[in-house]
Design a protein around this ligand. Structure first.
Ligand SMILES: Cc1cc2nc3c(=O)[nH]c(=O)nc-3n(C[C@H](O)[C@H](O)[C@H](O)COP(=O)(O)OP(=O)(O)OC[C@H]3O[C@@H](n4cnc5c(N)ncnc54)[C@H](O)[C@@H]3O)c2cc1C
Length: 294
């Protein structure tokens, strides 16, 4: 059963922001799809006088548009909407693919991309593909607006840099034109599995590798771009030796962040193997979203 709580349902975005600004003396928690927050409420982890601010009806936060060649995503789009959107399948195929892997159909129908980002789980499926697109997040409050790279908004496991009175308002993706993609997601079993490791790859090749982007999720407290592996691949032949070496660099970067742990003897070779597979998939010219592939 849910413990008692105070509830406010704003009708406009401005009303939500005014409420968050004026109720600053009491802890307020934003409810989008509720698939993370309601678990927290149920386990009694919210302070007693908290306010739940239900933004789930604010159509102003449910949008998709292009601006100056970038794609802008409203935080209330659900995983289900993202995974089936024609525009997202074309612009950010790995984001569509990743959102199609989240939980169950019920969770994908309720759970939003904004909630996935702000909750900042190390295993959040939407984050690695967003890092490939150098995503930025825009936070607004009644009196301010700021845009920061997603990677700096994610401070630690389950800790995002949302200031008091702020809402996540926009997620902006740069295009990846001319890239092909690879995607690997390791789960403990075939159904409803939280990812153990996620590897997203985008490659631009013209004979040699012109540019490589590699994002790793679920391996460290915060997902990361494997910059050493990316730098190594730039200008290289896509030979098996080079791919192997890049994959081993990505795996070592994980260990540099997380340190040697009890799981390292398992994760080191597994991440290396997944990174190699994702690189090979991208080299095969894949769009990475499962469309037209078998
Ligand atoms: C059975 C089950 C399976 C799951 N499987 C997966 C999975 O495979 N992969 C995965 O990544 N996740 C999974 N999840 C977690 C969850 O569904 C996702 O993280 C989801 O995207 C959260 O979105 P939401 O809208 O439900 O967030 P909510 O629960 O409403 O909110 C989550 C947090 O974000 C804050 N928040 C939400 N929107 C905003 C906003 N616009 N501005 C500021 N703060 C905001 C809330 O205050 C809260 O702190 C699973 C959950 C369940 C229950």
């Amino acid at each position: 059963m849910l413990p008692p709580f105070n509830y406010f349902r704003p009708v406009t975005l401005n009303e939500a922001l005014s409420f968050l600004a004026n109720e600053a003396s009491r802890p307020a928690f934003i409810l989008a799809g509720g698939t993370d927050l309601i678990l927290k409420m149920r386990s009694g982890r919210l302070p007693q006088d908290s306010f739940i601010v239900d933004i789930s009806f604010l159509e102003e936060l449910r949008y998709l548009r292009t601006a100056k060649g970038n794609l802008e995503i409203g935080p209330l789009l659900s995983h289900g909407q993202i995974s089936t959107s024609r525009e997202i399948l074309d612009f950010a195929p790995l984001l569509a693919r990743a959102c199609s892997e989240v939980g169950t159909p019920q969770v994908r129908a309720r759970g939003t991309i904004g909630g996935n980002i702000v909750h900042a789980s190390p295993a959040a499926d939407s984050i690695p593909p967003l890092l490939l697109h150098d995503a930025r997040v825009t936070l607004i409050s009644l009196r301010s607006e700021r845009t920061v790279p997603l990677i700096s908004f994610l401070k630690d496991a389950y800790k995002s840099d949302l200031h008091e009175g702020e809402l996540l308002w926009k997620i902006t993706l740069s295009p990846l034109q001319g890239f092909s993609f690879g995607y690997q997601r390791l789960i403990p079993r075939q159904a409803v599995g939280i990812a153990r490791l996620i590897v997203c790859v985008a490659l631009k090749t013209k004979g040699q590798i012109e540019e490589a982007r590699i994002a790793i999720g679920s391996a460290t407290p915060v997902a990361f771009r494997a910059r050493k592996a990316e730098a190594f691949l730039k200008g290289k032949e896509a030979s098996p030796d080079n791919l192997d070496f890049a994959a081993s660099l990505a795996s070592e970067e994980m260990i540099e962040i997380s340190g040697e742990r009890w799981s390292t003897p398992y994760k080191r070779p597994v991440l290396q193997a997944l990174a190699k597979r994702a690189l090979l998939e991208a080299l095969s010219g894949s769009r990475g979203n499962g469309e037209g592939e078998n």
